[in-house]
Design a protein around this ligand. Structure first.
Ligand SMILES: Cc1ncc(COP(=O)(O)O)c(C=O)c1O
Length: 377
């Protein structure tokens, strides 16, 4: 085996799992209560407490959570939802699930989040909700979105641990905020999600709709509204509870790796790194580190860079492509290049580098060395 092959072991992402997780999951297996058991409520309450929310509802995925949250704020047939084109596709898809139209507005070039001014300009008399995404864990400018005066659903799938510009933990502001627990997230249950809300009535509706429309006070198999199977099993909740206990440690690990990347990559000319906390006059804003995405210098062949990094044992991924330019969105909604120039520029140059809490400084240096080599800088 060559030295290079030995060094080919850096994964793009890796969850932190240990004995606490095994123990919790085993307890559920032994109890025989695999779903709708006591751990569901325990996980919801512990999560709500952690982010300073009044209520939380666990669901089967971030996408399921966004879907239920949009329904809860009243989005339906023919409505418009203003959102960002730089995101994972789910944040736009959930509007389409309700036969509403996702209306995109351009992003802020520094934070990469939906630009509140562009969002306000995209509002029409059919707009029923705003759906800002806390992209890559950096908190969106919620105070500015609130001034628009429409219901808000926060896509916080990437933002566990983030603090907004008013010093409020993301998820604790009162709008439905949706977290994702897929395997690459800050906290994972394999698949899963959580909706935090301030209003008990909204929680009740969400809890019913995730369980086939069964109201909490109705008998088994009595359903008084349309619902879905968006439940999270007690096995997943057990994993979530164990992960929640080590969340600070995992977030600190990600922040440490991000700092190492900043020192290792800071000198590379024309390489744009994730924005620092508190930029654009919002000094209290703090990122909940999720991924480390850099924007390559303009004019480079991004796919060629990804291949060349791969040849050097460093996995990377174009991340994210612009949603409006995906073939489904082009065909269904007639989108074309040039509509959202800031987003398109960022999307064309962005790659995610390996990033996980246990990453060592030596691994960060290996990535930095490979990137400098490939970029010739
Ligand atoms: C911004 C964003 N929104 C929504 C989702 C959807 O979450 P899930 O994959 O849990 O359905 C994700 C995660 O993958 C995401 O990153």
């Amino acid at each position: 085996m060559t030295v290079r092959a030995v060094r080919e072991a850096i994964p793009l992402a890796r969850p932190v799992l240990g004995e606490a997780e095994e123990q919790r999951v085993l307890e559920v297996l032994r109890s025989g209560r695999l779903s709708l058991g006591p751990l569901l409520v325990e996980f919801e309450q512990a999560f709500a407490y952690r982010v300073g929310a009044r209520h939380a509802s666990a669901v089967s995925s971030g996408t399921a959570g966004l879907h239920l949250a949009l329904r809860a704020v009243g989005v339906s047939d023919g409505d418009e939802v203003v959102t960002t084109p730089l995101s994972f596709v789910a944040s736009a898809n959930v509007a389409v699930y309700e036969r509403a139209r996702p209306v995109f507005a351009d992003i802020d070039p520094v934070t990469l989040n939906l630009d509140p001014q562009a969002a306000a300009a995209a509002v029409t008399d059919r707009t029923t909700a705003l759906l800002p995404v806390h992209l890559f864990g950096y908190p969106a400018d919620l105070a500015a979105f609130e001034r628009i005066g429409l219901p808000i659903v926060e896509d916080a799938c990437e933002a566990l641990g983030a603090i907004d510009a008013d010093g409020i933990p993301v998820g604790g502001r009162g709008h439905p905020a949706v977290f994702g627990f897929y395997a690459n997230k800050q906290l994972t249950t394999g698949e899963g999600g959580m909706i935090t809300v301030a209003d008990a009535g909204v929680k009740e509706r969400i809890d019913s709709e995730r369980n086939q429309g069964r109201a909490p006070n109705l008998d088994w198999l009595d359903h008084d509204r349309l619902g879905f199977n968006y439940r999270l099993s007690d096995l997943a909740c057990a994993l979530g509870l164990a992960q929640l206990e080590r969340l600070d440690e995992m977030l600190a690990g990600r922040a440490r790796v991000a700092d190492s990347y900043r020192s290792a990559l800071g000198e590379i000319e024309d390489l744009d790194l994730p924005c620092e906390d508190g930029v654009t006059d919002r000094p209290r804003a703090r990122r909940g580190w999720f991924v480390f995405v850099v924007q390559l210098p303009r004019g480079l062949d991004r796919d060629g860079v990804v291949r060349a990094l791969g040849d050097r044992g460093v996995p990377s991924k174009p991340y994210f492509p612009a949603v409006h330019l995906m073939s489904y969105y082009r065909e269904q909604f007639g989108h074309r290049e040039g509509e959202f120039p800031v987003c398109e520029d960022v999307a064309a140059r962005s790659i995610a580098l390996p990033f996980f809490p246990q990453m060592t400084d030596a691994q960060v240096d290996q990535v930095a060395e490979a990137l400098r080599d490939v970029l010739g800088r």
